[in-house]
Design a protein around this ligand. Structure first.
Ligand SMILES: *Cc1c(COP(=O)(O)O)cnc(C)c1O
Length: 414
């Protein structure tokens, strides 16, 4: 064999990559990102750059900026002021030059929001889950994590990276959780990881009942409140505030990127727990801290929503109206007790098709939700109406969906 010939059994990397992409196309779940710009002051109106004739006006129905805080005047003013005052970036990790006074103020504000001694900021909610869960379990030798089967990918990643044992309990199933807890040695450290509002089904965890089990089996608790902070509780402290359960939880985790409308993630807990994560979590330590501009915006947003119930009430009203309109029209709206309004489709190709027609013909933007975000066979469209979606928009949306459901001969509600 000549030395410059490609060995017959060598890897064709491009072919492997192309095949991986082809598999997604075959299953109808290849992800297409829609190219948009939101119009400040007019959200949920935005511009879409999909066609060739310049941007087209659309209405956004799938944003996680649930309360439109990303365009709130107080948030924008705080960010402008911070930018002019201290410049763009933080310039370092929290340990080396990047520990700005904005970060400290926001952590104090978040600790207070969740009735905890302390809080810790991360660059995203994903990083806060990954870094905290992986670090906690490594510090507790032999720890077993009990994880709800519908937990978010970021929690699953953290649990996996912790290298510890995990037991997956059926979604919100207390009997199953107890069975798994009871099967383990009482002397072994245990952590129960779950969410408050499950973002794709729109249901809520029984926080008190899970804390009762945690008390009985001496387990720590970790609650992801990402889809509830800002939106539930008298001050926006989430379901744990609404249910008066915050003090029973070991760690509450949240995002600044959804209802708070900016970016970043955090945990709130006792001082010692925060100190140990601050001191040991690589995902906190070895990364540039959030821009003070983002932190200033988040701080203004948290403070505003602590004092103002208007946005929460507007969102709840909008969600109730949209659910009623969908149900009256015979659309297969899932029964949820929260602000999330999912329409079950049950097929990835059809979900994408509906979404494409809505965008192209009706200027309605809602992203199809496919595996692995939801289990196969439960593909859906997930609507997130907020205080800025008015009744006329909801009627237009419902009429469009009814027309498409008929055109594609889709299954109606039972
Ligand atoms: C979005 C999400 C996260 C991640 O938060 P980001 O701030 O977007 O990184 C974590 N948990 C759940 C349940 C989420 O839906």
């Amino acid at each position: 064999m000549s030395i410059d010939a490609v060995p017959a059994r060598s890897v064709d990397y491009n072919r492997v990559f192309a095949q991986a992409i082809d598999r997604l196309h075959e299953e109808g779940r290849y992800r297409v990102f829609i190219d948009i710009l939101r119009n400040k002051g007019q959200f949920p109106n935005a511009r879409c750059f999909a066609g060739h004739n310049g941007p087209k006006p659309i209405t956004v129905w799938c944003s996680n900026d649930y309360l439109a805080m990303g365009q709130h005047p107080a948030v924008i003013a705080a960010m402008e002021e911070a930018l002019h005052d201290v410049g763009a970036g933080s310039g370092g990790t929290r340990n080396i030059g990047g520990n700005t006074h904005y970060h400290i103020d926001l952590e104090n504000e978040l600790a207070d929001l969740h009735d905890k001694e302390a809080a810790l900021l991360f660059t995203s909610g994903y990083v806060s889950n990954e870094a905290t869960l992986s670090t906690l379990a490594r510090i507790l030798p032999g720890c077993i994590i009990f994880s709800d089967e519908l937990n978010h990918a970021s929690m699953i990643a953290g649990i996996r990276h912790s290298g510890c044992e995990k037991r997956v309990f059926r979604h919100n199933d207390l009997a199953h959780l107890e069975e798994l807890l009871a099967a383990e040695d009482p002397a072994v450290p245990k952590l129960i990881a779950f969410e408050s509002v499950y973002s794709m089904d729109g249901d809520v965890a029984p926080i008190h009942a899970i804390c009762d089990l945690a008390d009985r089996y001496n387990a720590l608790t970790y609650l992801d409140e990402v889809h509830a902070v800002g939106m539930y509780g008298a001050r926006g402290g989430g379901i744990s505030e609404r249910d008066d359960a915050a003090s029973r939880l070991t760690i509450v985790e949240g995002t600044l990127g959804k209802a708070f409308g900016v970016m970043g993630g955090y945990i709130a807990a006792d001082r010692t727990v925060i100190d140990v994560i601050r001191s040991y979590a690589p995902g906190f330590i070895f990364t540039t801290s959030l821009s003070p501009v983002l932190v200033a915006g988040a701080l203004a947003s948290v403070r505003h929503l602590k004092a103002s119930p208007t946005e929460r009430e507007g969102q709840q009203a909008a969600a109730a109206t949209l659910k009623a309109l969908f149900a009256d029209a015979g659309l297969p709206v899932m029964d949820t007790t929260t602000h999330i309004v999912p329409l079950m489709v049950g097929d990835p190709v059809k979900a994408k098709r509906i979404s494409d027609i809505l965008l192209r013909e009706y200027g309605v933007y809602v992203q199809p939700i496919n595996y692995p975000t939801v289990p196969r066979g439960t593909e859906r469209l997930r609507f997130t109406p907020g205080p800025a979606h008015d009744t006329a928009m909801m009627h237009e949306l419902t009429a469009a969906l009814v027309e498409i459901w008929g055109r594609l001969e889709l299954r109606k509600a039972a």
